[in-house]
Design a protein around this ligand. Structure first.
Ligand code: NAD
Ligand code: MG
Length: 393
C-alpha cells in the first residue's frame, strides 16, 4: 500500500505560538510533511533556527530591513535556506506551486494578503489568522471557492464545529445552531480592571498564546471575533450563534441540530489537536496532546457571558449584523487599542470604549475588493489612533 501523501507546507507566522505547535507536529512526521517556507515579522534568530531545523527551502522575514541579517544568520548556521523579505515574498511563498498546504498563523490583518493568495491558488489553507476572515470573510470564502482548495479551521472552536459537522448534509446544516465555548479569560471573576497590567491580561488560565490574542481573550473580543469567523466559515447567521462561558475549556464548541441533539468536541486544551486534525484531514494522527482524563477532569460548568462587563461581545454581534465594512472597523480599532494597552499607553478598561467610539464614527459599506479592505482598515486605524491619543491627554 502507498504511504501517506507527502505535503509541502508554508508556515506563515512560524515563530509564533501557533507556528510552534504546528512545527511540533510536523517534526513527528517527516514521512508526511516537508517544510517549504517559514516566515516571521522580525525575529531573525528564531526564524533561522527553525529554517535550519526543518531544512526549509525559503525563509521570509516580513520586515524589509532584516533581509541581510536573516541571510547572515542562515549562512552562520550553514543553512541551504534562501533568505527573502517583505510583502511580495510573503505572497510568493503562500501561492507558489512548490507548496500545497499553507498555515495562516500571522497575527492581525497583516496576514490577510498572503492568506488570500493561498486561498486563491487552491492550497489547503489551515486558518488560525482569524483577523483575516473577520476582515474579508466574503472575499476569502470566494477565493477558496475559485481556487478549488480547502479551508480547515485551526481556531479550536471552529475546528470543533468542523468536526461536529463532518458528514452532515447541506440541508441539515442549514438549520443548526452553533454554541461557541469561551473560557472567560483571566478576568472572568474580577471587577477592578482599571489597573490591570499587560502581563496580568496575558496570563490566560487555560491556553498559552501570543500576547494580542491573550488580551482579546481577557476582553472577550476574541469570542466576538470568533462569532464573525464562525458565521463566514459555516454560513450561519449571527442569531444562530451562541456563546457560553465554560472555564474548564474541555468542550471546544458544540452544534445543536433540529431534533435537539447537541454534538460537542472535547479534548485537553492544546492547539496541537486542532492543528493535527487540519494537517491530516480526513485522516487522524497523534498530536502529542494529553489524553482527556474524565475521571480526574472535575466538574464541567457553564454560564452565560456577562455582556455588560464584556462590551466587546455586543460590538462584534452588531458589526456582524451591519455587514462586512463594520467588521473591518471593529478589528482595526481592536488591534490599535490592544497594541496601545500592551505598550501601556491605554488602560485595559479603555479598550472597549475606543472600539465603540470608532464604530460609532465610521460605518463604511461592505468591501468589494482587497483594496477596499485595506482602505477601511487604514481609516479605522487612524481614527482609533486618534481616540487613543484623546484618552492619553
Ligand atoms: P504570535 O504573536 O505568537 O505569533 C504571530 C506570528 O506572526 C509570529 O510568527 C510573528 O512573527 C508573525 N507576525 C506578526 N506580525 C506580523 C506582520 N505584520 N507581518 C508578518 N508576520 C507577522 O500569535 P499566535 O498566538 O501564534 O496567533 C497567531 C494567529 O492565530 C492569531 O490570528 C490568533 O488569533 C490565532 N489563534 C491563535 C491561537 C493560539 O493558541 N495562540 C488559537 C487560535 C487562534
Ligand atoms: Mg479560539
Amino acid at each position: 500500500m502507498a504511504g501517506p501523501l507527502m505535503r509541502n507546507i508554508t508556515l506563515l507566522g512560524a515563530t509564533g505560538s501557533v507556528g510552534a505547535s504546528a512545527l511540533d507536529i510536523i517534526a513527528r512526521y517527516p514521512e508526511r510533511y516537508r517544510v517549504h517556507a517559514v516566515t516571521a515579522q522580525s525575529n531573525v534568530d528564531d526564524l533561522a533556527d527553525i529554517a535550519v531545523k526543518f531544512s526549509a527551502d525559503i525563509a521570509v522575514i516580513g520586515n524589509d530591513d532584516l533581509e541581510r541579517p536573516l541571510r547572515d544568520a542562515l549562512n552562520a548556521r550553514g543553512a541551504r535556506t534562501i533568505a527573502r523579505a517583505g510583502r511580495h515574498a510573503l505572497i510568493e511563498v503562500a501561492n507558489t506551486p512548490n507548496c500545497d498546504t499553507v498555515l495562516a498563523a500571522i497575527v492581525g490583518s497583516a496576514g490577510l494578503e498572503p492568506t488570500l493568495a493561498a486561498a486563491e491558488s487552491g492550497k489547503r489553507l489551515l486558518l488560525a489568522n482569524k483577523e483575516a476572515i473577520v476582515c474579508a470573510g466574503a472575499l476569502l470564502m470566494a477565493a477558496v471557492q475559485r481556487g478549488g482548495g480547502s479551508l480547515l479551521p485551526v481556531d479550536s472552536e471552529h475546528n470543533a464545529i468542523h468536526q461536529c459537522l463532518s458528514g452532515v448534509r447541506a440541508t441539515e446544516r442549514a438549520g443548526v445552531r452553533l454554541v461557541l465555548t469561551a473560557s472567560g479569560g483571566p478576568f472572568l471573576n474580577r471587577d477592578d480592571l482599571d489597573e490591570v497590567t499587560p502581563d496580568q491580561a496575558c496570563a490566560h488560565p487555560k491556553w498559552v498564546m501570543g500576547r494580542k490574542i491573550s488580551v482579546d481573550s481577557a476582553t472577550l473580543m476574541n469570542k466576538g471575533l470568533e462569532v464573525i469567523e464562525a458565521s463566514w466559515l459555516f454560513g450561519i447567521p449571527a442569531d444562530r450563534i451562541d456563546i457560553v462561558i465554560h472555564p474548564q475549556s474541555v468542550i471546544h464548541s458544540m452544534v445543536e441540530f433540529a431534533d435537539g441533539s447537541v454534538l460537542a468536541q472535547m479534548g485537553s486544551p492544546d492547539m496541537r489537536t486542532p492543528l493535527a486534525y487540519a494537517l491530516a484531514w480526513p485522516e487522524r494522527i497523534a498530536s502529542g496532546a494529553k489524553r482527556l482524563d474524565f475521571a480526574h477532569a472535575g466538574p464541567l460548568t457553564f454560564e452565560a457571558p456577562d455582556r455588560r462587563r464584556f462590551r466587546c461581545l455586543d460590538y462584534a454581534y452588531a458589526a456582524l449584523g451591519r455587514g462586512g465594512g463594520a467588521s473591518v472597523v471593529l478589528n482595526a480599532a481592536n488591534e490599535i487599542a490592544v497594541q496601545a494597552f500592551l505598550e501601556q499607553r491605554l488602560r485595559f478598561t479603555e479598550i472597549a470604549p475606543t472600539i465603540e467610539q470608532v464604530l460609532e464614527s465610521y460605518d463604511p459599506p461592505p468591501p468589494q475588493s482587497f483594496d477596499d479592505v485595506i482602505e477601511i482598515d487604514r481609516e479605522a486605524r487612524e481614527r482609533a489612533g486618534d481616540c487613543v491619543m484623546e484618552k492619553i491627554r
